[in-house]
Every structure is written in C-alpha cells, then in structure tokens.
Design a protein around this ligand. Structure first.
Ligand code: SF4
Ligand code: SF4
Length: 269
C-alpha cells in the first residue's frame, strides 16, 4: 500500500484529515511524552482528524439549549475509524498502536516498569503531533486550528512501524492573532499581553497565557471529552471557542463553508 492509497483508505473509513510525521520530529520530547516510549518500533506518527458538527454549537451559541456539543463530537466514529485503519495496517504486516487524547495532567500516575523507564501514563502531545504531521497549527487561543475546520475537530493518533511518506510540518498561520477568543471570555482567562511559547519540530508555537482554573468552572459551554482523562475542559463550545469559529468563518478563513452564517445578524429592536 502506497502512502496515497493509505490516505485514501483512511478517508474512506471516515477520517476528514490525515497527516503523517516521521517519529524523528518528536526528538524534543522527554520519554514521558514520546511515541517511542509507547511503541519502540514507531517510524511514522499518523494523525487523523474528525470534524465536529457545527450545528451542535448553536444551542449554546443562540441561547436555546445549554450543552448540546456532546452529540456533535464524533467519538464513536473516531474510535471505529482509528481501529479500522489499524487493522488495515496490520493486514499489511505493520504494527499499529491507536492513541486517544488524554490530558497531560494524567502523566506520572503509575509505577515505572523499570527505574530507567518513564512513569505511566506516557502521553503524546496531540496538537504538537498534528502540527508535525502537517494538519494544522496551534492558535493564540491554545487549541489546534486547521484550514478546513478551524478549532472544530478532534484528533486520534496511530503509531506504526510502516515508513510512510511524511507530510511537511504545518507552516501556515490559520490564527491571525485577532484576540476575539480572549475578548469573548467573561473571566479574562486568556491574557493577550502574555504569550506562552513552546518549541515545535520547526519553529515555535505561541498562545495567550491561559488561566485554566477559570476554564474548569466556566459556564459558557465547556464540556468533557470521553476518553479525555483529567480536569482540563474542552473549550470549543465555550465563549472563547465559539468566538474563534465566528471570526474565522466571518472572514472567509476556512475551507469548509456553510449556507448560513455561524452568528446570524441580530434583528433591530
Ligand atoms: S473556557 Fe471559559 S473561562 Fe476558559 S477561556 Fe474559554 S470562555 Fe474563558
Ligand atoms: S479567536 Fe483569533 S486569536 Fe483566538 S485563536 Fe481564533 S484566530 Fe487566533
């Protein structure tokens, strides 16, 4: 199976986005966040993206329903597709290890298998992997933005010893530093005056400093993702996430288009 055939197969199975990074791009990570600690034979890190239904943001966006986002998150599809892609890789004689997103705060919660090995859980940084695999970049709001869906996707990862043709790391900028996410936050949890930066496989990613404690009690539409351990909330449905969707769509910055605007114009009183 060529890399092109592999990607066509993953899309046919249900993924919206497919990117591939060679494991060497993860060299800056310590063992507790490194793919090789999970599957030592890894040659390629495959990142799959699944769009989250935009309509499920509308209940909280328009104030007609509280937390409707959960139904729009393709949890079952992403699990099913990821396993099917793993099975297809195994059919070709390759190892395949599926990973589902977990908060980094879940690291270090187990007993080392030996003194020279990292503590479980070993957790790969998903947004870093997506950038390394060419899928998207990390925006100022501290979430992944893709040219197709902005912040509106979830990710899974497959580690494999198949040496697939890599994609170039994502080098474009979906985020234009507009500040709409920070402006929308009633708790001022995103600080536009202070950037937090982290190295990527090439360059750095910088986002507004985030007071995550405010997000943990935020009532504007945060949710918990299934299979996402820890107390870090998923912020797409919150005021910050929805402001980002509105900004990117209103300015024609996303490939996915809709017949109706995300934020319908309010009627004059
Ligand atoms: S989740 Fe809530 S508190 Fe956190 S940045 Fe978004 S709007 Fe602010
Ligand atoms: S709202 Fe603007 S600044 Fe915030 S992540 Fe989106 S594009 Fe970037």
């Amino acid at each position: 199976m060529t890399t092109e055939q592999f990607k066509e197969m993953a899309i046919a199975q249900g993924a919206d986005l497919v990117g591939i990074a060679p494991v060497e791009r993860f060299a800056l990570f310590a063992p507790e966040a490194h793919p090789l600690s999970i599957q030592p034979q890894t040659r390629s890190v495959i990142v799959l993206g699944f769009s989250i239904a935009r309509g499920c943001l509308q209940g909280v966006e328009q104030g007609t329903a509280g937390y409707t986002l959960g139904a729009g998150i393709p949890t079952s599809l992403s699990i099913e597709t990821t396993y099917q892609v793993c099975r297809r890789l195994e059919n070709e004689g390759w190892e395949a290890t599926p990973l589902f997103r977990q908060s980094g705060e879940m690291r270090g919660q187990g007993v080392r298998v030996s003194p020279d090995k990292p503590e479980p859980n070993v957790i790969v940084e998903f947004d870093f992997a997506a950038q390394a695999a060419g899928i998207g970049g990390i925006g100022r709001g501290k979430w992944l933005l893709t040219p197709e869906f902005g912040p509106r996707q979830m990710l899974t990862i497959i580690l494999t010893d198949a040496e697939l043709e890599p994609d170039a790391p994502f080098a474009a900028h979906v985020c234009d530093d507009c500040g709409a996410c920070a402006e929308a936050c009633p708790a001022h949890a995103l600080d536009t005056e202070n950037l937090h930066c982290a190295p990527l496989c090439e360059g750095t990613a910088c986002w507004y400093s985030l007071h995550i404690e405010s997000c943990r009690v935020c009532k504007t539409g945060t949710s918990r993702l299934a299979y996402f351990g820890g107390s870090e909330p998923f912020r797409l449905g919150a005021a910050c996430g929805r402001a980002c969707v509105a900004h990117l769509e209103d300015n024609g910055m996303l490939a996915r288009r809709f017949a109706s605007p995300f934020r319908p114009a309010k009627e004059e009183a």
